[in-house]
Design a protein around this ligand. Structure first.
Ligand code: ADP
Ligand code: G6P
Length: 468
């Protein structure tokens, strides 16, 4: 058994669906912030990634990706239903996103979630060398830090939550709230996107676990757990160099031509998820068309919505509703050869995404709740000429860092309409000032800065002892 000094544990392995016949295997870059963020930092670091092999079936020996080793965890069909589709994505995901969709509590799912978390912890314990750093990711694996601590007290354990941590009154609804909180606090350092999350956890730890402490450290069972905000980011240099590639520049030019050279382009790029506010956005755009404030001959909307969690009922329902609504809007307001909305329910590779970002006059990122939202940052990185407007939800973690965006409350459809018009009408100098400020921020706070900040705080955490 080969062991590593850095072990990342995440629900999914980040590899391509198709391992080539010669065994070669590429980063999957699955749509979703987690894989994208870690991809940038792990490609060149010796480490092992423990994760679910997804559609890769029973292929036992997965090849290394550069310096990264892969340690697959296998899930049966029943486990996928109970752990991934059930407890992770029908209980925790909606609850952690302000319950914008009703969370489902199913007692059977909990047992599966616990069993699968144990399997991930055992796999991580097996591949971690003595004194290693084990970095556990996201809500799927919230019990893993404590389980690893029991199996391997010698290792340093980090946990990072990519999604929001809910306010105490919502977390308190969880039937297994004590175990979930204790599991996560098994880490030496628990990282969040926003400081408010650490505050919520400190309050809950005091209430449910009789722990004491503040927003940056909690003492639990005589052990010090550090907490803090580490806003995740993107590989700015990668997006910038992609954007300069001749293929991307030509592709962007072609897209603009295909969409109508004189038209203003409003673009949205999301996983097809009810947290992303796609329906509210469609309502706002459709009302602007209805009221004649935006005309199909002058503007076009492009909504990329990549398929996600398609076996989960609420996602299937959402897709049906969105597709009906896009059909209705195009039916009512489109003209021959001129749809009001282009809807693309498909994955794109990075170069084509960069081209799309360059095509937009207004990038519309309006989630109802989002841990961070990397699409907003990618858009800014893809526009080195400082053109374009970013309309950004106040409820995305990114809003705290990108105050120069056109910030909006996506629940307020009238406000959303006004903000879209404001962005469409903004002067180029105003847009350039905003884009410069946002780009300066993400350039100095890129994915490498995030990983450095988190991993050095984790390193320091071991030296700390509880205050008596
Ligand atoms: P989430 O993690 O909730 O999906 P983020 O905005 O943080 O939201 O991350 C989404 C990631 O998925 C981004 O890196 C984005 O480029 C990528 N992505 C979004 N849509 C697509 C698509 N259609 N094809 C490929 N990648 C996509
Ligand atoms: C969000 C989550 C990630 C997840 C991604 C894609 O970014 O925070 O943990 O991997 O969505 O979702 P999926 O269910 O396809 O892994």
């Amino acid at each position: 058994m080969r062991r590593s000094s850095l072990v990342v544990v995440a629900n999914r392995l980040p590899l391509d669906d198709n391992v080539a016949p010669d065994g070669a295997c590429e980063w999957r870059r699955s749509p979703g912030g987690l894989a994208g963020a870690l991809h940038a930092i792990l490609e060149q670091t010796p480490a092992t990634w423990v994760g679910w092999a997804g559609d890769l079936g029973q292929a036992r020996d997965l090849p290394d990706i550069g310096t990264l080793r892969l340690r697959p965890v296998w899930l049966s069909e029943e486990e996928q239903r109970g752990y991934y589709e059930g407890f992770a994505n029908s209980t925790l995901w909606p609850l952690y996103h302000d319950a914008v969709e009703q969370p489902v509590f199913d007692r059977g799912w909990w047992e599966t979630y616990r069993a699968v978390n144990r399997r991930f912890a055992e796999a991580a314990a097996e591949v971690a060398e003595p004194g290693a750093t084990v970095w556990v990711q996201d809500y799927h694996l919230q019990l893993v830090p404590q389980l690893i601590r029991e199996l391997r007290p010698d290792v340093r354990i980090g946990f990072f939550l990519h999604v929001p941590f809910p306010p105490p009154e919502l977390f308190m609804q969880l039937p297994r709230r004590v175990e979930l909180l204790r599991g996560m606090l098994g880490a030496d350092l628990v990282g969040f996107q926003r400081p408010q999350a650490a505050h919520n956890v400190a309050q809950l730890a005091a209430k449910l676990l009789d722990a004491h402490g503040a927003d940056d450290a909690i003492t639990l069972d005589g052990r010090l757990v550090r907490t803090g905000a580490f806003p995740v980011s993107i590989d700015v240099a990668e997006m910038r160099s992609l954007s300069a590639r001749p293929y991307v520049v030509n592709q962007a030019r072609q897209l603009r031509h295909d969409l109508g050279a004189h038209k203003r382009v409003l673009l949205s790029v999301d996983r097809l998820d009810y947290t992303k506010g796609i329906e509210h956005r469609l309502t706002a755009y459709s009302e602007l068309l209805r009221d004649g404030r935006v005309k199909v001959r002058d503007a076009v909307m492009v909504q990329v919505a990549v398929p996600s969690r398609e076996r989960v009922e609420s996602y299937r329902g959402l897709r049906d509703r969105i597709e009906r609504e896009v059909g209705r809007i195009n039916g009512e307001y489109g003209r021959v050869g001129e749809p009001a909305i282009h809807y693309l329910n498909q994955p794109f590779d990075r170069a084509d995404l960069a081209a799309l970002y360059q095509t937009a006059d207004v990038m519309v990122v309006t989630p109802l709740r989002d841990g961070m939202n990397l699409v907003a940052k990618e858009f800014v990185a893809a526009r080195p000429d400082d053109s374009g407007a970013l309309v950004l939800s106040e409820f995305a973690g990114a809003a705290a860092e990108m105050e120069d965006a056109f910030l909006v409350n996506p629940h307020d459809v009238d406000g959303l309409k006004e903000t879209l018009l404001q962005a469409l009408a903004a002067a180029p100098e105003d847009l350039a000032t905003r884009m410069k400020a946002m780009r300066a921020h993400i350039t100095s706070n890129d994915i490498h800065a995030w990983a450095r900040a988190y991993l050095s705080a984790l390193e320091d955490s071991k030296a700390l002892r509880p205050v008596s």
